[in-house]
Design a protein around this ligand. Structure first.
Ligand code: GLU
Ligand code: MG
Length: 450
C-alpha cells in the first residue's frame, strides 16, 4: 500500500480536506477506514493510520485491484483509492473514521470498474438534460436470525407489530441510534410482514449520497445485530412461504428545488416528465432486472403472492405492480414520486440507481408514452388476461435476466463497457453454478416415483 501521485483527482476541495484533518485531530480518531465497493456492491475496506490521511486525501492510496471482484486482471491491477472528504464520518465506536473513495487508475483517470463512477456518469447525463437532483428514498428490509447458520427467528410479530421490549425492538432502536450518529436521518421504522423481519427507511436524499448511505446502513444493521449476538441478513428470500426482503425505491427528479414530476392539473398529479420517466423504467425494466435483483435468490422473492412485484405495470394503489405512484396529499407537491418495488436490498446501490436513472431518462429523451395504470390485483389475472392486456412479467430467473441484460443497449450504456462485460460473465457463472445443483425438492419429488 503506498501513497501515489495522481494527476487528476476525483475530489479535491482543499477546504473539505482540511475540515477532515481538523476533525480527526479534535475527536482523537485513531484509525481511518477507506471504503469502496466491488461490482456486486460488497463493501471493501482498508485501514490507514491518521498520519497517512493527509497524503491519502491529496493523492490517494494505491492498492492491488486484482482480487476485487469485477476489477482488473493481474497485469493491470494497480488502482488508486481517492477518499471523498465529504463522506467523512465517525463510526459508533467513536475512535474510527471512515471515508468513501473513488477509484482511479494510476494516471488519475476514473476507473470504469468503479460503481461510484458509473452512478456519477448517470447523474451527468441527467444534468445535461436540465435536471439537477435525482432524489431517492429506499425502504430496505431485512431479517434477524439467531445466527448465520440457520433461519431461527427472534419473534413471530407481523406488519407494524408493536412487540413488547423484546430483543428485536432493542436492536432496532440501537440500529437507528447508530445510523443517526453517523449522520444518516431515519424517517420510519417498523416490524415487517415476515417473522423477525424489519424495515428502517432513510429520509430521501440525492442518489449519490443515498448510495453511500446504503453501504453504511447495511454495515450498521449487521454490526448492531452482531453486538446483540444475532445475525441480520439482506438476503432477498431467506424463508420459504414468507415475504422476502425488498428495497422499494421512491424516486423523483428535481430542478431548482422544484419537483419535476408534479403537475397540479393532471389527474394523477404527474407531469409529462414524470410520466415519460415511469414509461422508460417500465419499458426497460426487464433489461436491468439483473442489476436490481442480482442474485439467484432474488428471483425466489419476485413471485406472486408476497407483495413483491412480478408484472411490468404501474398503478396508484396496487402493490402487485412494478411501479406505484403513492396517492397525492394536498400541499405535498415535493412528495410526488414513483415507487419502484422490484429492487432488493442486496443489490449494488450505485449500479441500481444508475440503471434506474438511465431507464427513466431514456423515457424522457425519447418521449415514451405511459400506458394506462392497472388497478386490479395483477396476481389474480390469468396468463391469458395478462396477454390480452399486454402485461409482461419480470425475468423469472437470474439466467433469464442475464440474457436480457446481455442484449441491452441501455444496460451497456448505463454500466459502461468494463462493468457490463464483467457483470454478464460473473452472473452467468453464478447462474451456471446454481442450475447444476440437485435440490432437496427434486430428490424428494422424483426419487421415489421416477
Ligand atoms: N416484503 C415485500 C417485498 O418483498 C414488501 C412488503 C411491503 O413493504 O409492502 O417487496
Ligand atoms: Mg416494506
Amino acid at each position: 500500500m503506498a501513497q501515489v501521485e495522481s494527476k487528476n483527482r476525483a475530489t479535491s476541495d482543499p477546504d473539505a480536506r482540511k475540515k477532515v484533518l481538523k476533525e480527526i485531530k479534535e475527536r482523537g480518531i485513531e484509525d481511518v477506514l477507506l471504503w469502496f465497493t466491488d461490482v456486486e456492491g460488497h463493501l471493501k475496506s482498508f485501514s490507514i493510520t491518521t498520519s497517512e490521511v493527509e497524503g491519502a486525501l491529496d493523492d490517494g492510496m494505491g492498492f492491488d485491484g486484482s482480487s476485487v471482484t469485477g476489477f482488473n486482471a493481474i497485469e493491470e491491477s494497480d488502482m488508486v483509492a481517492i477518499p471523498d472528504p465529504g463522506t467523512f464520518r465517525i463510526l459508533p465506536d467513536g475512535l474510527t473514521g471512515r471515508l468513501i473513495c473513488d477509484v482511479v487508475t494510476p494516471d488519475g483517470q476514473p476507473f470504469g470498474g468503479d460503481p461510484r463512477h458509473v452512478l456519477r456518469l448517470a447523474l451527468e447525463r441527467m444534468k445535461s438534460m436540465g435536471f439537477d437532483t435525482f432524489n431517492i428514498g429506499p425502504e430496505a428490509e431485512y431479517f434477524l436470525f439467531k445466527d448465520d447458520k440457520g433461519t431461527e427467528t427472534l419473534d413471530e410479530g407481523g406488519y407494524f407489530a408493536q412487540t413488547t421490549m423484546d430483543a428485536a425492538t432493542t436492536i432496532r432502536r440501537d440500529t437507528i441510534r447508530a445510523l443517526e450518529q453517523m449522520g444518516i436521518p431515519v424517517e420510519y421504522h417498523h416490524h415487517e410482514v415476515g417473522p423477525s423481519q424489519h424495515e428502517i427507511d432513510i429520509r430521501f436524499t440525492n442518489a449519490a449520497d443515498m448510495a453511500d448511505y446504503m453501504l453504511t446502513y447495511r454495515l450498521i444493521v449487521k454490526e448492531v445485530a452482531k453486538q446483540h449476538g444475532y445475525h441480520a441478513t439482506f438476503m432477498p428470500k431467506p424463508l420459504f412461504g414468507e415475504n422476502g426482503s425488498g428495497m422499494h425505491t421512491h424516486q423523483s427528479l428535481f430542478t431548482d428545488g422544484r419537483n419535476s414530476f408534479y403537475d397540479a392539473d393532471d389527474k394523477w398529479h404527474l407531469s409529462a416528465t414524470g410520466k415519460a420517466f415511469i414509461a422508460g423504467q417500465l419499458r426497460h425494466a426487464r433489461e436491468i432486472t439483473a442489476v436490481f435483483a442480482q442474485w439467484v435468490n432474488s428471483y425466489k422473492r419476485l413471485v406472486p403472492g408476497y407483495e413483491a412485484p412480478v408484472y411490468v405495470a404501474w398503478s396508484q394503489r396496487n402493490r402487485s405492480a412494478l411501479i406505484r405512484i403513492p396517492l397525492y396529499k394536498p400541499g405535498s407537491e415535493n412528495a410526488t414520486r414513483a415507487e419502484l418495488r422490484c429492487p432488493d436490498p442486496a443489490c449494488n446501490p450505485y449500479l441500481t440507481f444508475a440503471c434506474l436513472l438511465h431507464a427513466g431518462l431514456e423515457g424522457i429523451e425519447k418521449g415514451y408514452e405511459l400506458p394506462d395504470p392497472m388497478e386490479t390485483n395483477l396476481y389474480h389475472l390469468t396468463a391469458e388476461q395478462r396477454r390480452e392486456q399486454g402485461i409482461v412479467s419480470l425475468p423469472e430467473t437470474l439466467g433469464e435476466a442475464i440474457d436480457e441484460l446481455s442484449r441491452s443497449e441501455l444496460a451497456r450504456k448505463a454500466l459502461g463497457p468494463h462493468i457490463f462485460d464483467r457483470y454478464v460473465e460473473l452472473k452467468r457463472k453464478e447462474w451456471d453454478e446454481y442450475r447444476v445443483q440437485l435440490t432437496d425438492w427434486e430428490m424428494k419429488k422424483y426419487l421415489p416415483v421416477l
